[in-house]
Design a protein around this ligand. Sequence first.
Ligand SMILES: Nc1nc2c(ncn2[C@@H]2O[C@H](COP(=O)(O)OP(=O)(O)OP(=O)(O)O)[C@@H](O)[C@H]2O)c(=O)[nH]1
Ligand SMILES: [Mg+2]
Length: 387
Amino acid sequence: MFDFLKKIFKGSDSKKTESKPPKQSSAPSKKSSKPIEEVKKKTVTKKTPAIQKNKSKLIPAKTKPKLKNDKTSVQDQTVESTEQKTLSFSEKIKAGLKKTRDAISVNLSSLISIKKIDQNFYDDLEMTLIAADVGYAASQQIIEELKKRVKQEGIDDGAKLKQLLKVILTELLQEIEKPLIHIKQTPFVILVVGVNGAGKTTTIGKLTKLLLDEGKSVLIAAGDTFRAAAKEQLQVWGDRNNVTVISQETGDPSAVIYDSMQSAKAKGIDIVIADTAGRLPTQKHLIDELAKIKKVIKKFDESAPHETILVLDANTGQNAINQIKTFNEAVTLTGLIMTKLDGTAKGGIVAAIAKENPIPLRFIGVGEKIDDLKIFSAEDYAEGMLE
Ligand SMILES: Nc1nc2c(ncn2[C@@H]2O[C@H](COP(=O)(O)OP(=O)(O)OP(=O)(O)O)[C@@H](O)[C@H]2O)c(=O)[nH]1
Ligand SMILES: [Mg+2]
């Protein structure tokens, strides 16, 4: 019935302004010398949640029951106070994915309730996934795996099949579930790039809050020296978080970021987050400028930027894959942030990324408020998409 759709889818010296807040709102900078590594949540096992949570508030814990056949495991809950927090974390992600879930569930519920599990069922399910922007390749992989396991496990009812689908989706999403938990060097430099209006500046505001909550000290570099009022917008986020924003009246983004790194080093700040101007993948000269920014940063610290994050707007759907490709070629991305998931039914794009260009998805944006940035959790995401 959806055959036609299938076919389609196959296919510096300027004046420096330093806005200084009275103090960092969170913990002092020297606290930062924790061991640092990128931890794959998959490896966080069933018996360690309390330890993990004490180590880092950034790690989302789980309260949901373990999914049948879920290889990923669900962490036990031992600390009551964090249980409440955890619940709101998962609930928030679920709320953010409402539009995607609603779009999928309209078809999925009717499929599961009335159809028998045959080739037509799988064809319709595949199209439902593609319609939610899961993409052709990822949808095919999911369906093939589903078919195999339905057969192996002798599944013949819709509810069990849906659970299995959730497990398979979770497993796929785990490809990109690599939260940025600990910060090694100081200053640890996070360069934020992306197309115009993707949500870079807002995300920096939210990320700053998250890192402050984690006990880190943060300094923001206003590297968007192009758009009018860009630094004022960033300053608002700096004020909200009570952190320093370094900007210049005119000039070169590399110089602003370089200055910021110097200032952060002098003050013992843990993390520098650098904003940049929006640019389209088609604007080659602007994309190349990013490589230049990176080069200048390296003059200060060869290992910097330690994290280069592409911010993606979930509404762009499959175009996100092209954006990843172009920006990755120019600046070698180490992480992604998907924003505006609350406003789209295209949340399946995250599965397409996991299949086609698996760069770690560090965080997801589920709203415009300061607390609306969440660590990406494969299991929470799959639950949010399918319920
Ligand atoms: N609903 C929703 N809106 C968001 C989210 N993240 C950002 N926005 C909104 O998206 C719009 C653009 O955000 P900005 O942070 O200015 O985007 P930007 O990438 O910095 O834009 P340029 O600097 O112009 O390239 C703003 O209205 C934000 O409030 C999100 O997760 N959910
Ligand atoms: Mg901006």
